[in-house]
Design a protein around this ligand. Sequence first.
Ligand SMILES: [Mn+2]
Length: 292
Amino acid sequence: MSKKLHCRTLFLSDLHLGSRACQAEPLARFLKHVKCDRLYLVGDVLDMWRLKQKWFFPNDHSKVVRRILKMAEKGTEVIYVPGNHDEAARRYNGLEFGGVTIKLVAEHETPDGEHWLVCHGDRFDLVVQHSRMLARIGGVAYETLVSIDRRVNAIRRRFGRPHVSLSQSIKSKVKGACTFISRFEEVLADAARKDGFDGVVCGHVHKAEIRDIDGVHYYNCGDWIEGCTALAEHDDGRIELVHAKAFLATIDEHEDSDDPDQLEIDFEPDWHALPLTTAFANGLRDPLDAAG
Ligand SMILES: [Mn+2]
């Protein structure tokens, strides 16, 4: 028997299916090893921004969609809360298809009777888009920049040019990005508190987090571009941040072999998946648009 993660609720966000940056292969493998009563997809499931530029939906990405629909078929309640990259799905608020329900925002009730707001979080995005990119530039990148800086300035000196500090300007922007994320967290927790919630579950900033902010629980699912994380709520209400790659590494690789036959049986094509993703990608041109 292969090992499975059994939990009451699983929260995933920022899958970015349809983007080359999405780590769909570990995601599909992870979902194969999860059993949960409820699954929240907390936005940016499909990267329609990328798909609109160029259609990219390889097999691993389809496997994720099929996996989710399979979970729904087997009794998992799937709630899809769209984000900004898949906001076209927002117009289908309240719609249910193949066991997946679309909701602009959701409310989760814990075993202890707490109520948590579940939303992607982009509505609270206070600063411009590139903050997120800057947030990924960490200390290592900074060190590299410093060394580039040195070499650039050595050359500039030789030509009698004044000193420029690339690292200095980048560093101040990285600091700004960190401030942006902590502000995002605070603003979200504050909004949840004002609406009478005990906690908030979100995504968007690609930074997994479990923390309490002035008495409100703040949970961020992270992402599947870099972090590959998920939030699991256990039956006793305990919340755990699951690092999927570490989790997968503990699974018996023999059980989870890449034998194509096994994969084929497990990921038997479900053609519901095809019109679904196509409909989402073409969301803006959907006939339902006309109805408003
Ligand atoms: Mn987002």
